[in-house]
Design a binder for this molecule. Structure first.
Ligand code: BJW
Length: 228
């Protein structure tokens, strides 16, 4: 059985990572357009760098929760037949033990040099404009996907959706494309589609099944139901 799992901010909420749209439209006090667009970065790079530096530092204080661990256990049974596509830029899937993870919106622990196009593992701050270790130019930015930019791995995702027997969406509001369209794509290819979310998300017309509640309870229960 081939399974594609899409995760969003809700899967990390019980680890203490803030979601994007649950706090009155503000994201840790910032308007999303100010910190997650190339235009916002151009207008005020200091604000954007400080925002991502704080979130990168914050990773040290959080741990994977039962939902991340359950998906890692599922990989132990399904191996290459499982792909976790995450919109999250945290590393909680990997720290839970998952290896088949595609970060379609990039990663906090990666930096991208816009001069030489190098992508590097990065755990430090970027706000003091360190030089790129490859070309020496101080043009590193967070290696994350902002609005208007092309998400990573779209071809691999499309291939996986076309072959999936099950598509499971966990902890995402369904507000941001192209991820919000994966449910419809998977359904069109004939997959069983399941949502595991605190509340009903947008776009539920493509669902075969929905279960609502905290991911830390729903995901382990769903995984337990799949395992022999
Ligand atoms: C729990 C829980 C618990 C809470 N348990 N659940 C007009 C129409 C359609 C599309 C567009 C349009 N205008 C522009 C677009 C495109 C645009 C877009 O979608 N805009 C929308 C606002 C309409 N998209 C893009 O620009 C994308 N690129 C693109 O389209 O390129 C063109 C292209 C693509 C493909 C093929 C060809 C061409 C890029 C989007 C980049 C998004 N970037 C961000 C920032 C990433 C870096 C960072 O983290 O800082 O990604 S924005 C932000 O939203 C972040 C997230 O990954 C993403 C999704 O958020 P998510 O994960 O769903 O979080 P929330 O907070 O919204 O929801 C959490 C859910 O969890 C809620 O439902 C809670 O209830 C639930 N929950 N606790 C279970 N314990």
């Amino acid at each position: 059985m081939k399974v594609v799992v899409l995760t969003g901010a809700g899967i990390s909420a019980e680890s203490g990572v803030a979601t994007f749209r649950d706090a009155g439209g503000l994201w840790e006090g910032h308007r999303v357009e100010d910190v997650a667009t190339p235009e916002g970065f151009e207008a005020d790079p200091d604000v954007v760098h400080h925002f991502y530096d704080a979130r990168r530092r914050g990773l040290e204080a959080v741990e994977p929760n039962a939902a991340h661990l359950a998906l890692a256990a599922l990989e132990g049974h399904l191996g290459d037949d499982l792909l976790v596509v995450t919109q999250n830029v945290d590393d909680l899937h990997e720290r839970a033990g998952s290896t088949r993870v595609l970060h379609m919106h990039g990663e906090l622990r990666s930096a991208w040099c816009t001069t030489c196009d190098e992508r590097l593992r990065w755990d430090e701050a970027l706000s003091h404009r360190p030089p790129c270790p490859r070309c020496g130019t101080p043009t590193l930015r967070p290696d994350v996907v902002w609005f208007g930019e092309l998400p990573y791995g779209m071809e691999r995702i499309e291939d996986a959706l076309s072959e999936a027997d099950q598509f499971v969406s966990i902890g995402t509001s369904g507000e941001v494309y192209p991820a919000a369209g994966f449910m419809q794509v998977a359904a069109a290819y004939g997959a069983h589609t399941l949502e595991l979310n605190l509340v009903p998300s947008s776009g539920t017309q493509w669902l075969t099944e929905a279960r609502h509640g905290p991911a830390g309870l729903l995901v382990p229960a769903w995984v337990a139901g799949l395992l022999p």
